[in-house]
Write a protein that binds this ligand. Structure first.
Ligand code: GTP
Length: 215
């Protein structure tokens, strides 16, 4: 659901940055476009990485979602660009095609290579409509997701609208939750620093008194 009609300054919006990783032709662009426009466009001329920006509603919260649709050819393809996308994003969408075992193995390798621990991740097995061409079973997808400790969706960008949207929204929720958690732990840290003793450590690591405020 978009926030069309809601006029807000972008700087007031919470943002959720998602990077999509997956081998060529697994349907990264199809999923992204399906989520953002509800449309399915069969062919995309995807020569370079692209960042899509869109305002959406996650439950009742207006969110500026940015999706980096990466353009990867194979594992040799720019380790540095994967690292760059990883440091840019708040969450990762890992996509393979159920009709292509190589694309499934690619995701395993990417995850190993990136060594992600705190970043929210979601795994998608796309092209679920092509059951007759299936090379990766649903069980294998579920096991991999368990291994990654993330949610798993087996969906079809070509035929499903709601399920694609649910997958992206789930990842957005996890991102927002992670952001709230890290904001809260920062506030708690500051609280601990300024509570009780009334002492703080200054830059030279010497103890300084917090000046009393005058009433
Ligand atoms: N049957 C079927 N075809 C799909 C589905 N998703 C994508 N495709 C097709 O798969 C091909 C590749 O889709 P893209 O969305 O361009 O894949 P991509 O991962 O963005 O590919 P690159 O941009 O080359 O990395 C296109 O011909 C799509 O029409 C799906 O769910 N089902």
């Amino acid at each position: 659901m978009t926030t069309r009609g809601i006029r807000r300054k972008k700087s007031y919006l919470v943002d959720a940055k998602i990077a999509i990783f997956g081998q060529k032709s697994v349907g990264k662009s199809a999923l992204t476009v399906r989520f953002l426009t509800k449309r399915y466009i069969g062919e995309y001329d995807h020569q370079a990485d692209k960042v899509h920006k869109h305002e959406i509603l996650v439950d009742t919260e207006a969110v500026l979602v940015e999706i980096w649709d990466t353009c990867m050819i194979d594992m040799k393809d720019s380790v540095s660009s994967k690292a760059e996308a990883l440091s840019w994003c708040d969450g990762l969408l890992l996509v393979y095609s159920i009709t292509d075992r190589d694309s499934f193995n690619f995701i395993k390798k990417v995850k190993q290579e990136l060594q992600i621990s705190d970043t929210p991740v979601l795994l998608i097995g796309n092209k679920a409509d092509l059951i007759h061409l299936r090379q990766v079973s649903t069980d294998e997808g579920e096991i991999l997701a368990k291994d990654f400790d993330c949610k798993f969706y087996e969906i079809s960008a070509a035929e499903q609208v709601q399920q694609v949207s649910d997958a992206f929204l789930d990842l957005c929720r996890e991102i927002l939750q992670a952001k709230r958690k890290s904001k809260q732990s920062f506030i708690d840290k500051i609280d601990r620093m300024f509570s009780g003793s009334g002492r703080v450590y200054n830059r030279n690591n010497e103890i300084a008194k917090i000046p009393k405020t005058c009433d």
